[in-house]
Write a protein that binds this ligand. Sequence first.
Ligand SMILES: [Zn+2]
Length: 341
Amino acid sequence: MPLPLLPPLPFSRSRCDLLRAVLLGLWLAILATPLAAVAFPTLPRLAITQGSPEVARETQEIERMDPALFRPGLELTGLDDAGPPIAVLVAPENSAAARAVPSWVSGYADGAAGAVVLLPQRVGRYPYGSLEALAEHEVAHVLIARAAGGRPVPRWFDEGMAMAASRGQDLEDQARVALAVLMDGRVTLQDLDASFHGSRPDVQVAYALAGDFVADLLRRHGSTAGAGILAQIARGASFENAFATEIGEPLAVVEASYWKRRTFWNRWVPILSSTATLWTGVTLLALVAFRRRSARDAALRARWEAEENAEAIARAARESEDGEDPEDVEGGESPDEELVN
Ligand SMILES: [Zn+2]
């Protein structure tokens, strides 16, 4: 007789019991292996603090965020467990947290402390297009620090990984990289780290290049490459050694290869041929035409005013000399006709 909970199988009872035993064994094996942890990772938990009533709406927006939005950060860093709750302060513009950083910084993270500050009134500035993307980015910094066991990683790698965890590359990123290649030529990753402490344009270039370099690395060496590097750092390796072991080539070789592929034409051709660029170009041409037309009209008006003044002076002089009718002096094209042309 088959067991009541299972339908009859086309096997003998002994084979049926054997099949059940095998299935049970497989299930227990799955539960006991790290695969279970990978399949069901513990997503980051946020302990959110509202800085003031001014940012109540933005605080609620963060509270309502789907925890699954942080999954890319968890997967890229290779963590099975995101760890203790991450403290998130949503701070207004007039707060000490906002005054502690330059006016164009919209958020920052302290990986070791597991804390994040979000300045929602500054959101929208490159590279963060939305409050959610900013939160994903800053939380990713905490996850990166935890995956590295609290040991230091270069700033360009930290930012590039956080960008990969929070947002895909868009046309603006590509344009900024293309412009950086065009204007600055080859920038070393070491120089890039210094640029993060520079002026706002320097920082924007640094974000674009760091994001592009790490995205290129993950594309060419697999999405787990960054996690592998972080895991080795957590075990005590230097960044350079962790990179070389995980990627199979020294950082200098990979860096040289990246710059070889980031030539002017390599970056500009796809951008120049995109639809968005076409429309941007059309808009820019229209604006240039409008400005030229405005400048021409302004010059014409200035000329007419000068001519009218000169004629008024001449008319007044003639009237005083021979009393000629002022109506007869006016002639030729009317100013209005010329403006329309
Ligand atoms: Zn960042």
